[in-house]
Design a binder for this molecule. Structure first.
Ligand code: HEC
Length: 187
């Protein structure tokens, strides 16, 4: 009967206008309301670092490669544990490497893994010394000794290249750029 638009249609029109009209121009926009709540600054506590990565499940093409992949993964957990004051998680994380070390020893013994230059004794000695440095790391962490854990971690990391320089045949590409070929620098 009435020619006036229904209330519903009117409401829709108002909503459409409100959506299509900018609330303000760049220049006349009011400053953000002072009542805007600040962003939360305290995220919930992180889960224990050892729960984040199953380093012990990693495998490689041979016993040493398996051990190395687990090692790299585990040491990243140790860095996290140091930064988060969670040293109690270090000993169980390092313990996952134990079986890998045994497997390397057996492979060396059985001749299943041959160091590139054939010097099994030198390789085994380096491996042994390296694992001693891991024991020091575990002991410092178990004693909740922060400075000692960090220093032991430095010693552990210092041992990588001593072995790689002689015994690592190839340097694998970084995991994040598996297909990126190294570019030659011309300058
Ligand atoms: C006793 C010798 C030795 C020590 C010590 C050692 N490595 Fe290795 N590492 C090797 C050898 C040998 C390889 C090559 C294994 C292969 O590809 O067959 C290797 C390979 C690797 C790889 C490549 C694994 C892959 O995916 O191919 C990583 C990563 C690695 N090592 C990390 C480390 C880190 C980190 C340390 C020190 C904290 C370390 N290694 C200490 C002998 C060693």
């Amino acid at each position: 009967m009435s020619s006036r638009p229904s209330l519903v249609a009117l409401g829709a029109l108002v909503a459409l206008v409100a959506l299509t009209q900018p609330a303000c121009n760049r220049s006349d926009c009011p400053p953000p309301a002072a009542t805007t709540p600040p962003a939360a600054t305290t995220p919930p506590p992180a889960a224990p670092v050892t729960a984040k990565a199953d380093c012990g499940a990693l495998t490689g093409a041979n016993a040493v490669q398996t051990e190395m992949r687990m090692l790299e993964c585990t040491l990243a957990l140790v860095v996290t544990a140091i930064g988060r004051n969670d040293l109690a998680s270090v000993p169980p994380a390092i313990a996952t490497l134990h079986a890998a070390k045994e497997a390397t020893e057996q492979a060396l013994h059985a001749g299943a893994y041959k160091p590139v230059n054939g010097d099994v004794a030198a390789f085994a000695a380096l491996d042994e010394a390296f694992h001693d440095s891991l024991v020091t790391l575990v002991q410092a962490a178990a004693a909740n000794d922060h400075a000692g854990t960090a220093a032991a971690m430095g010693t552990v990391l210092g041992g990588c290249q001593g072995c790689h320089a002689t015994f690592r045949p190839t340097v694998p590409p970084a995991p994040s750029t598996p297909s990126a070929a190294p570019t030659a620098h011309t300058h």
